[in-house]
Design a protein. Structure first.
Length: 201
């Protein structure tokens, strides 16, 4: 029987992306909703690493699965790295659109050359009540002056990729997977998962 890999997120955008990015993993992917897991883990860590580890450890203890948990954040240079680990709760806003609008308000009057930013993703993999792997990666870009595109989620509509001439929200799932922070980190996670399946870990 193929072992199951639990995607420890309630964000449907992340579930969709990870399902695509890890489609060749030697595990059957499942989600918190599919398994009826009601546990909610508070992201009380001060860093993306701490939050990813917190979630992976908590769901390992509560489930029979190998667990993949991530924490991702947007770091804007003109805002001294904000929102960072608070990206999902930035300004106390509840929806993606509200958080994007709040971010743009914070950058009002900031010229294009000072709107550099990066997305970062940290992934923790847990099994047997312990963390068995950590990986991370990032994607650099510029914060646009207004949202553009209807794909993706979060800050994707204002994260402009100069090399592609598009925002992250204008990319297909395949295009985003090639260049995004989550896509790059997921490829590293896939190496860990393949090693686990081979019985080395």
């Amino acid at each position: 029987m193929t072992p199951r890999l639990l995607l420890a997120t309630r964000n449907p955008g992340k579930v969709r992306e990870f399902a695509y990015l890890l489609r060749h993993a030697p595990f059957q992917l499942t989600s918190l909703e599919e398994e009826g897991i009601g546990l909610d883990v508070s992201e009380t860590g001060q860093t993306l690493h701490e939050n990813a580890r917190l979630k992976a450890a908590a769901y390992c203890a509560d489930s029979r699965f190998v667990v993949l948990a991530d924490d991702s954040g947007l770091e804007v240079d003109a805002l001294d790295g904000e929102p960072g680990s608070l990206s999902a709760r930035y300004g106390g806003k509840k929806t993606d659109a509200e958080r994007v609008a709040f971010l743009l308000s914070r950058l009002q009057g900031v010229p294009r050359e000072r709107r550099s930013a990066r997305f970062r993703c940290v992934i923790a993999i847990g099994a047997g009540s312990r963390i068995v792997g950590m990986c991370e990666d990032e994607c650099s870009g510029v914060i646009a002056f207004e949202p553009k595109g209807d794909k993706g989620f979060g800050y994707d509509p204002v994260f402009y990729l100069p090399g592609l001439g598009k925002t992250m929200a204008e990319l297909t799932l395949e295009e985003k997977g090639r260049v995004s922070h989550r896509g790059k980190a997921a490829r590293k996670a896939l190496d860990i998962l393949n090693t686990m399946k081979a019985g080395v870990q």
